[in-house]
Ligand binder design. Structure first.
Ligand SMILES: O=C(O)CCC(=O)C(=O)O
Length: 265
């Protein structure tokens, strides 16, 4: 396991250590800690290609009116969306089909398949650009709270297209918090996006990663992220893999546009 300056708190696995099938050690880390950092999994021209597509979307967002489906903008102190200050594109694979290819990349699916089987759907696709000047993504939460389940069969996946650190808003996780399978009480503030859980932050770690890294984690894991206090962007695509035959009442296979089969046997 490589330990470089990025691995301040989280445990990292390089692409070699997890190639094709996940090593036993990597699977153990996923099951014991609830997350796995796959360092620099997407690289070279491939990474540049996806970055360029996301750049196009950010450019386009400057002219998208508030309240356009898929697009949401950062919120000001009065609770109003700020035109042009992109927060999130929900259903990014529906809005921009070129991103479906990223969800299908074998570098990712070869490592997800040992955890949930070979027939895989992805759902709930989103893009957080986390723009400079206060860009945000999520508060402390468990993804399964939104899915109405506590199944261990949903593997969430965050792909960091750019370096992500404390200053520009890296992911934060509470290791092992997936184990109880209890969905914590989530609070809601109408002037912000998403719900949040009160946690003891001393249990949390920062997951600072270099560009191209992919973090996979249990949908029961408590996680959140820092806001962007830097002058850099922090692009992240995030979604959820599930066995294709898993029934999720809120995400029925044939009714939801943003559920895509990404691998079949
Ligand atoms: O913004 C991030 O770093 C991760 C986003 C996330 O985990 C989520 O949308 O649940």
């Amino acid at each position: 396991m490589e330990r470089d300056h990025w691995a301040r708190e989280a445990i990292f696995f390089s692409a070699n250590e997890t190639s094709l099938m996940l090593s036993d050690e990597a699977q153990k880390q996923f099951h014991d800690e609830g997350y796995l950092v796959l360092e620099r999994l997407i690289s070279g021209d491939k990474l540049d290609h996806y970055l360029a597509v996301f750049d196009e979307l950010v450019k386009r967002s400057k002219h998208v009116p508030v309240d356009t489906p898929h697009w949401s903008f950062e919120i000001d102190e009065e609770g109003q969306q700020i035109p042009g200050f992109l927060h999130k594109i929900q259903g990014v694979c529906v809005l921009e089909p070129r991103i479906v290819a990223l969800a299908k990349e074998s570098e990712i699916l070869d490592r997800v398949a040992p955890l949930i089987g070979p027939d895989i759907d992805v759902f709930g696709t989103k893009f957080f650009p986390k723009l400079p000047g206060g860009g945000t993504s999520v508060f402390w939460h468990q993804d399964n709270f939104y899915f109405g389940t506590n199944t261990g069969q949903v593997v969430s996946c965050a792909i960091y297209l750019q370096d992500a650190d404390r200053e520009n808003g890296c992911l934060r996780v509470v290791p092992k918090s997936h184990k109880s399978k209890v969905i914590a009480k989530h609070h809601r503030n109408p002037n912000t996006y998403g719900s949040w859980v009160q946690i003891d932050e001393s249990d949390a770690i920062d997951v600072e990663v270099p560009r191209g890294s992919v973090v996979i984690f249990s949908a029961n894991l408590l996680h959140g992220s820092h806001d962007n206090r830097s002058n850099r962007t922090r692009y992240c695509a995030e979604w959820h893999y599930t066995p294709a035959d898993l029934l999720l009442e809120r995400f029925p296979r044939d009714k939801i546009k943003d559920r895509h089969n990404v691998r079949e046997i």
